[in-house]
Design a protein around this ligand. Structure first.
Ligand code: YSA
Length: 327
């Protein structure tokens, strides 16, 4: 009985198990207590030896129980001490997050256009070839597709096995999506990411942002476009900054222009723009005799470079904290 009780004590590992063990082995109706009570029934000559053995066993079990309780208490205190918080130690510094310079400039750009009455819309980065090219007057064999080195996405193929989905190369597909879904008048800007499979350099990344602008209504003229873009650059760069406005070609506008801003004695192009091509208006079901519009697509990273004197566009996506923490 003693050995069985000691084995059971070994197996008890917490206070509740120890108490259960005490009740079972040393309690008032425990086995040993019953045995001690039964000594009286033994023949007189056996009583002293049996009594001594039972009392010795009881003393041993009580002693072991006390030892085990003390040990358990010790580990509990140790755990409490280890868990304690030293409130005299200085706290770990929490570095506040900050906005990425692309986010900051995007907000600045959209705020300026919001002030001129434009709404904000967003669209998908994985786009149909149809919206990115065809509806913008750039059919499959059009040489202008070379302007946009494209990451094709192998998600959908046409009957000839050609890709029909891509990472949008510009935000212009949203022109077609918005006009398809809404009747004029339209005045909207579309910020978002674009992707091009091109060799990167100080002013070209393969992932960058654009902000598309579109205004369509009766009687919209080139003068409205010019005023809007000059007002934008005035608010963004200040009235003193030199800006250049030149003819350029995009299949989805006629006439087409681009705009550059002076920087360290050279011109950096920030946007392409023009009057929405009649073919684009027709493709979305508008009558080009009734409605005219202007559109533009600008590069926020280039604008941030010019505004903050950043010399290399690749810094935007390098995740170098020395760069990011300056904003
Ligand atoms: C033109 C006429 C419209 O009616 C509407 C929009 C446009 C713009 C046209 N969709 C387009 O993408 N033109 S673009 O290739 O010259 O790019 C426009 C601007 O995006 C550039 O001026 C530049 O600021 C930025 N950009 C283009 N490729 C880039 C880039 N920025 C960083 N890295 C690149 N690889």
């Amino acid at each position: 009985m003693r050995d069985a009780a000691l084995a059971a004590l070994d197996a008890a590992t917490d206070a509740a198990a120890l108490e259960a063990w005490r009740v079972a082995h040393l309690g008032r109706s425990g086995a040993l207590t019953k045995l001690l009570r039964g000594l009286a029934q033994l023949p007189a000559e056996e009583r002293p030896a049996a009594g001594a053995a039972a009392n010795a066993a009881k003393a041993l079990l009580e002693e072991r129980l006390a030892e085990k309780q003390a040990a358990l208490e010790g580990t509990r205190l140790g755990q409490l001490a280890a868990d304690a918080i030293d409130i005299s130690l200085p706290g770990r510094p929490v570095a506040p997050g900050r906005y990425h310079p692309s986010t900051m400039i995007l907000r600045e750009i959209t705020d300026i256009f919001r002030g001129m009455g434009f709404q904000i819309a967003e669209g998908p980065e994985v786009e149909w070839e149809r919206y990115n090219f065809d509806m913008l007057n750039i059919p499959r064999d059009h040489p202008a597709r070379d302007m946009f080195d494209t990451f094709w996405v192998d998600a959908n193929r046409d009957a000839d096995g050609g890709f029909t989905t891509l990472l949008r190369t510009h935000t212009s597909p949203m022109q077609a999506r918005i006009m398809e879904a809404h009747d004029p008048p339209i005045r909207v800007v579309v910020p978002g990411k674009c992707y091009r499979y091109e060799a990167t350099d100080a002013t070209h990344e393969s992932q960058f942002h654009q902000v598309e602008g579109l205004a369509v209504d009766k009687g919209i003229t080139f003068a409205n476009l010019k005023h809007t873009l000059f007002e934008f650059t005035r608010q963004m760069f200040g009235p003193e900054r030199k800006v250049r406005f030149r003819c350029d070609y995009f299949p989805f506008v006629e006439p087409g222009v681009d705009m550059s801003v002076e920087w360290n004695g050279r011109w950096v192009e920030i946007l392409g723009a023009g009057m929405v091509h009649p073919n684009v208006l027709r493709a979305v079901g508008y009558d080009p005799e009734e409605y005219t519009g202007f559109a533009f697509g600008m590069g926020p990273e280039r604008i941030a470079m010019l505004k903050y004197g950043i010399t290399d566009i690749r810094l935007f996506l390098n995740n170098d904290l020395r760069f990011l923490q300056q904003f």
